[in-house]
Ligand binder design. Structure first.
Ligand code: UP5
Ligand code: MG
Length: 203
């Protein structure tokens, strides 16, 4: 995609940090299309006839990162769909603006996306403690039906986050693209800070 036509914000943070919650609120106030890599993978997993269903299920349950080709293809398709269906009104002079949630979470994905899809303008990084994450995920696990909201998978997701995703955050940090927001406070408080960051960058 043409960097002049497409604006991308990556939204990162540990499992349960509040990426999805904040993105859902942000799209109410700003003209962004919210794409969650995890949601796209879960949809593909459940799509009848998908050749990747079983593979995706295994990676998600183990808390490891699905091979990047699959995730990048799903994101590219979703971006293409959004651009095709929504060019013109509501998209700020026809520019596609995307909040990409939970991606890239491993260095190979980050490099590949930057090289072959487009460069991001900003990385919002929601940080908090594992204690907070664990509490949120176990609470959500009571009703979410997510196969990875159990204590074994949660621990594996924490490990993957430390080993694979933290280097991505450092990589973008070195490029001066990262806005870190403490996501321990209430949803409303975190939202206020998120709004502030987006306004500052896109003023
Ligand atoms: N909550 C949120 N904010 C709160 C706040 N401020 N105060 C109190 N409670 C708050 O929130 C989690 C829970 O906390 C909710 O109940 C919410 O109400 C509450 P949510 O907004 O869902 O957090 P989020 O960060 O989106 O958590 P999620 O579980 O979605 O994060 P993950 O990063 O673990 O999940 P994701 O769906 O992105 O990925 C799942 C798996 O897919 C990965 O583990 C991996 O196996 C695979 N994957 C890939 O392989 N490649 C990719 O590129 C992406 C994913
Ligand atoms: Mg999420």
């Amino acid at each position: 995609f043409d960097d002049k036509k497409v604006t991308v914000i990556f939204v990162l943070g540990g499992p349960g940090a509040g990426k999805g919650t904040q993105c859902a609120k942000l799209v109410e106030d700003f003209n962004f299309c919210h794409l969650s890599a995890g949601d796209l993978l879960r949809a593909e997993q459940n799509r009848e006839g998908s050749q990747y269903g079983k593979l995706i299920q295994t990676y998600i349950r183990e808390g490891t990162i699905v091979p990047m080709e699959i995730t990048i293809k799903l994101l590219e398709n979703a971006m293409g769909d959004a651009l095709g269906s929504k060019t013109g009104e509501g998209w700020g002079e026809g520019r596609g603006r995307f909040l990409i949630d939970g991606f890239p979470r491993k260095m190979d994905q980050a490099v590949k996306f930057d090289e072959s899809v487009c460069l991001s303008s900003l990385v919002i990084f929601y940080s908090t403690t594992e204690e907070v994450l664990l509490e949120r995920l176990t609470e959500r696990g009571k009703t979410s039906g997510r196969e990875d909201d159990n204590i074994e998978s949660i621990k594996k997701r924490f490990r993957t986050y430390q080993n694979d995703t933290m280097p991505v955050i450092e990589y973008y940090s070195a490029q001066g693209k990262v806005a870190e927001i403490d996501s321990s406070p209430s949803i409303e408080e975190v939202f206020k800070k998120s709004t502030g960051v987006i306004k500052e960058v896109f003023a």
